[in-house]
Design a protein around this ligand. Structure first.
Ligand code: SF4
Length: 213
């Protein structure tokens, strides 16, 4: 703050990029060596931010990143590695900067399990005022649980997206969208993991790959 007063607003804005001036604080958590809060110029390449956070733990491979908090659409590694951390770039990649609460996931992560965990949170947080959120978040959680418990059906995957689409934009506060976006983006980017689990009685594709290694 004193630096901004000393150097002026223009100086601060120019630390970032056009459309995302100044700096941002990223709270990096998950599978990194040095989780923490890092204040960096907006527009920093994701690769650099990952390096600042110590890289992926134990030298493992990056699998996915949620750039801005659990409600923000997830991005696969091959996409996020080429992106910069600013509003326009992430919006164009169908994700967002959100709160900057970045969650990093390595190759050992089961995306179905992560999505169920996120959905459990929004189900618990729904205050119940709007029907799509009150009923829909429970549906999402129960269907994801069914898939994980080995009782998934082929039609469940499209049904999850359908329920999420019916919640998005149809509630009076942002929690409805926050519950829908993870479901839409996890299935858009990692559909094969959901299909594998449905077709293999709840076995995770990740466990399968690990045991084959
Ligand atoms: S969208 Fe907001 S207001 Fe509506 S039920 Fe969910 S938490 Fe409550």
């Amino acid at each position: 703050m004193p630096s901004i007063l000393r150097n002026g607003a223009k100086w601060f804005l120019e630390l970032g990029v056009e459309g995302s001036g100044g700096t941002g604080i990223f709270s990096v958590s998950g599978h990194v060596e040095k989780p923490g809060n890092y204040e960096v110029p907006l527009g920093i390449p994701f690769k650099e931010l990952l390096e600042i956070a110590g890289g992926v733990r134990e030298g493992r491979k990056l699998k996915a990143v949620i750039p801005g908090g659990s409600s923000v659409p997830v991005l696969p590694a091959e996409m996020v590695m080429d992106l910069t951390m600013d509003f326009d770039t992430l919006r164009n990649a169908k994700s967002g900067l959100g709160t900057g609460a970045m969650i990093v996931m390595d190759e050992t992560t089961c995306m179905v399990n992560v999505l169920r965990r996120i959905s459990r949170f929004y189900f618990a947080e729904s205050c119940g005022q709007c029907t799509p959120c009150r009923e829909g978040t429970g549906w999402l959680y129960r269907v994801l649980s069914r898939i994980l418990e080995g009782h998934g059906r082929n039609e469940d995957i499209d049904m999850l997206v359908d329920v999420a689409n019916k919640i998005e934009g149809h509630t009076i506060c942002a929690l409805g969208d926050a519950a829908a976006w993870p479901v839409q983006s996890f299935i858009r980017n990692f559909r094969h993991e959901f299909e594998f689990m449905v077709n293999n009685a709840g076995r995770s594709l990740v466990d399968d790959l690990e045991s084959a290694a």
